[in-house]
Design a protein around this ligand. Structure first.
Ligand SMILES: [Zn+2]
Length: 471
């Protein structure tokens, strides 16, 4: 089966055919974090989803250029900067650094380009100038520049590509200046916002006077700068469909930079919402978690990544602590299986077991059917365990299975954790367990093993003695 994705633009599952005539290079843009605070687990669901798309395209042999912007100029940030009285960069830098730490804790591959809005003001102004010159944007009396939906439609543009809008209820020329608004408030939206006292020191000179860009134009300018005026894939959370992505299409196509007949973006993919313990995340409900909150509770980035990767990207996902415990148990099963295979395979290197790789790819080709892919993995774990118990698995078979897993893990990114040094307290527990075993006190030995497991350490009994591994 050829790779297929659900394209929000066509509202259907379509075969993915890159624009590159050789079908090799793929341009992928995912809206990045707004660095006004620590990102929460719902935000990270989108980034893990984008990471899966990129990794799977690379698995399929495509050469992906992955771009993710950093939104560091936007209404919420300016509000916070005003409250803290700090220069913009001083305020955003620690949150940006924290974001990338979290991103790596989840083993997401770093994008090839991570442009900051504050460093692309000239590109943003140039794009707005183009829109003004083409008559689809205008300067209002206060010095702000707005995108005219009416003029855009009049010039043959189509506003409402990603979602149906009721134009009957829209009054031409009505304006919305904030970055976020509902579809009922669809109106001419701000590209450039004239400086107001509340902006503090966050402003830049422009042909229309001092001010700052709106959020939507930032993504149009940075994505086209990095990937060209027409590219393959644009990803984001479903909450960005309107107005952010609709506005991005209008701005980018309104500037007319695309080759004839080519859209700004060929495939729009949207990840669904995340609930926590069955409810919408909110600070007042106590179910609002940043990644660092979860790490502080003793879960690992690997467990969180695994859990986020268990649900199909278009399904609302209920993130629970029970689910995290389940993730820990599932990874433990996987690790135990891999340990046995490594013991059997030794240093033997052979070709990957193609049946497993094919089954896995067959599932992911189908609009990233991740449950099918995990189903293939855990069927294989079960069969492997059975054959190890029956002593019917030989070294070449074990090596082929391991090679297949390594292929799969280039996509899943939950591979065996790196060897890390255990703290002294943990090492003391291991010594106590070894002593208990020596004394044939197996009850105590098992209790100590379970204690280590609860602390996130797994004992591997190897011919060279017991080793500890981070779960
Ligand atoms: Zn964006």
């Amino acid at each position: 089966m050829a790779l297929q994705f659900f394209n929000t633009l066509s509202r259907s599952v379509q075969e993915f055919v890159p624009r590159d005539p050789r079908r090799q290079s793929v341009g992928l843009y995912c809206c990045g974090p707004t660095v006004h605070d620590f990102a929460h687990v719902g935000n990270f669901r989108t980034f893990v989803f984008a990471d899966l798309v990129r990794r799977y395209l690379e698995f399929k042999g495509r050469k992906v250029r992955h771009v993710m912007n950093i939104t560091d100029v936007e209404d919420k940030i300016i509000r916070r900067v005003r409250e803290t009285n700090a220069p913009l960069r001083d305020y955003t830098a620690p949150f940006e650094a924290a974001f990338f730490q979290d991103f790596q804790a989840l083993n997401c591959l770093l994008p090839h380009d991570t442009p900051r809005a504050s460093e692309h003001i000239a590109d943003i102004i140039a794009l707005i100038e183009k829109l003004v010159a083409r008559g689809v944007a205008y300067r209002a009396a206060d010095g702000s520049v707005y995108f005219s939906i009416e003029k855009y439609q009049g010039a043959g543009g189509h506003y409402g590509r990603l979602l149906k809008l009721n134009f009957e209820e829209m009054r031409p020329g009505e304006r919305v200046s904030s970055d976020e608004y509902a579809k009922e408030a669809a109106a001419d939206f701000a590209l450039w916002k004239a400086r107001v006292p509340d902006d503090g020191a966050v402003f830049w000179p422009s042909p229309w006077g001092e001010g700052r860009p709106g959020w939507h134009i930032e993504c149009s300018a940075m994505s086209m700068k990095s990937l060209g005026p027409s590219f393959d894939l644009h990803l984001g959370g479903e909450d960005l469909v309107f107005p952010h992505h609709e506005d991005e299409i209008a701005q980018s196509e309104g500037a007319g930079a695309q080759p004839p007949g080519q859209p700004f973006v060929k495939y729009w993919l949207h990840g669904a919402h995340l609930l926590v313990e069955g409810k919408k995340m909110s600070k007042s409900l106590g179910n609002f978690f940043t990644l660092r909150d979860l790490l502080a509770k003793g879960f690992t980035g690997r467990e969180i990544r695994y859990l986020l990767l268990t649900a199909h990207y278009r399904e609302t996902f209920n993130f629970t602590f029970e689910g995290l415990q389940g993730a820990r148990a599932a990874l433990l099963r996987l690790d135990q299986c891999l340990t046995k295979l490594r013991e059997l395979a030794g240093n033997l290197k052979v070709q990957a077991l193609s049946a497993l790789v094919d089954q896995f790819a067959g599932a992911l080709d189908d609009d990233l059917n991740i449950s099918g892919a995990w189903g293939a993995v855990f069927d294989w774990v079960r069969q492997t365990n059975r054959r190890v118990d029956e002593h019917t698995l030989d070294a070449p078979e074990a090596a082929a299975a391991l090679a297949a897993w390594e292929r799969l893990d280039t996509v899943l990114g939950v591979g065996a954790p790196k060897e890390v040094e255990a703290p002294a307290q943990v090492m003391a527990l291991l010594d106590a367990r070894q002593a208990a075993r020596k004394a044939r006190d197996f009850k105590r030995a098992d209790a100590l093993r379970d204690g280590l497991k609860a602390k996130g350490w797994l004992i591997e009994d190897t011919p060279k003695g017991a080793r500890l591994k981070r779960i």
